[in-house]
Design a protein around this ligand. Structure first.
Ligand code: AMP
Ligand code: MG
Length: 421
């Protein structure tokens, strides 16, 4: 397996200055991500949110036996009348969990509850609402179908069938499904550890007073939230000032302890951007200009064995590039498959401003119009430092690179945030 980035260092300069499209960048990232191989076996509840390491094969048929879909009466289909009415004698009761095991002769039937095993000699269940009962005799009319209201073994899942593929994230439905097969534990991928830090002399943590020219470090908190939503273990290395030695030490510590290293800031070409220098020394990193808005500069590669994402410093750019690039990469690294974001097409309810050339990930509000139709509108200001817009948004409006201004009513692609942010 290829664990290094598929770029010959001697050609890095050429790559460095090249602008990549969003899909080119995603494809490049995909090439150097190798999912973790270490696994562990966990009980069902501990396995929640882990990634399945092996496919799960059903050891049983579900349902395991023929059972009734209704409360009613089980009978032999041969006793169903072709026309008129018919009477049968009730000879016993079948409860869920307590089957009726005796013979059911022609002219007889069994009172049966939903989920109860359908007695051997019977093959049809009549709903109790279609029956009149007096003492031990039921009367019902023609028109019932042979075989009705009976669930068959293996109808949901057959023994030997693959129920869950390797790479599935185990969520509530999967835990229930595994339990329904009687499986008490599963083999999952180990969790990832992600280290992250912010870079910038201007950054102060919340709670401290701001001096002239300083701002609060917000990226470390939004990145924390996005990493938590991915369910990785977290190592917060704080704010690292723009000092060469400190940045180098932080990278070294991060790479030694984590599978993924995420930083923000310092990847553009500003004077104090030492991240690039340090990384050239410690790892194999590509510095990309991605034809997207926001979030143009992105550093991607390896520091030691860790996968590295150097996100841009602007708060919205940091979140958008995390969501579009780091998130799918981390999911793949943790062994997850099926990670394409959900995207839908809806009309925009107002005009959207756009310049041709880059893919826009505008922050949008997906909502129902008064006629009950789904539509999307912009949150308003789209500059890459407007974090409040990110908070008001519930989706990205993805506008292709070649598009210019968008007229109201145009169908646009929308990626709803699904709980990540
Ligand atoms: P940089 O990528 O370091 O040039 O930063 C670009 C812009 O983002 C500058 O205005 C920085 O002050 C701002 N910025 C960088 N890091 C952060 C952060 N952690 N939180 C908030 N703003 C930041
Ligand atoms: Mg900076």
């Amino acid at each position: 397996m290829n664990t290094s980035i598929p770029v010959n260092p001697t050609c890095c300069d050429e790559i460095d200055h090249k602008t990549l499209s969003v899909s080119q960048a995603l494809a490049r990232i995909d090439e150097f991500i190798t999912p973790v191989t270490e696994t562990l076996t966990l009980g069902l509840t501990d396995a929640l949110d882990h990634i399945l390491a092996e496919a799960v094969i059903s050891p049983i048929d579900v349902p395991p036996y023929r059972n009734s879909a209704m409360d009613g009466y089980a009978l032999r289909s041969a006793d169903l009348p072709a026309e008129g009415k018919c009477q049968l004698e009730v000879v016993g009761v079948a409860y869920a969990g307590t089957p009726f095991t005796e013979e059911v002769k022609p002219g007889e039937c069994v009172r049966i509850m939903t989920g109860a095993k359908v007695p051997e000699d019977t093959d049809t269940v009549i709903m109790q609402e279609h029956v009149e009962r007096e003492g031990d005799v039921i009367t019902f009319a023609a028109g019932q179908k042979p075989g009705q209201n009976v669930r068959h073994p293996g109808e949901d899942i057959a023994r030997g069938e693959v129920v869950l593929e390797a790479g599935t994230r185990l969520q509530a439905a999967e835990l229930g499904l595994l339990a329904s097969l009687g499986i008490p534990q599963v083999t999952v991928k180990r969790k990832l550890k992600a280290a992250f830090f912010s870079t910038g002399d201007e950054l102060r943590p919340p709670g401290e007073p701001l001096q002239d020219g300083q701002i609060y470090d917000s990226n470390r908190y939004s990145i924390f939230g996005m990493l938590k939503a991915l369910d990785v273990e977290i190592l917060d290395l704080g704010v690292i000032p723009d000092i060469r030695d400190k940045i180098e030490a932080a990278f070294q510590q991060a790479a030694e302890q984590a599978d993924v290293v995420i930083t923000s800031g310092g990847v553009s070409v500003g004077d104090a951007d030492y991240v690039k220098e340090t990384l050239d020394k410690l790892g194999t990193i590509n510095f990309w200009k991605i034809a997207m808005k926001p979030g143009k500069p992105l550093a991607v590669g390896k520091v030691g064995k860790a996968v590295f994402f150097g996100l841009p410093g602007n708060p919205v750019s940091a979140m958008v590039t995390f969501y579009q690039f780091a998130q799918p990469a981390i999911r793949r690294l943790m062994g997850q498959t099926r990670i394409t974001p959900i995207s839908i097409k809806v009309p925009c309810s107002e005009a959207l401003k756009k310049r041709p050339g880059r893919t826009d990930f505008q922050r949008g509000i997906l909502e129902y119009d008064p006629q009950g139709r789904l539509s999307v509108r912009s949150v308003g200001m789209q500059a890459s430092h407007i974090l409040s817009g990110m908070s008001r948004a519930n989706c990205f409006i993805v506008l292709p690179a070649e598009w210019g201004n968008v007229e109201a009513g145009t169908e646009v692609e929308v990626q709803p945030f699904h709980g990540l942010m």
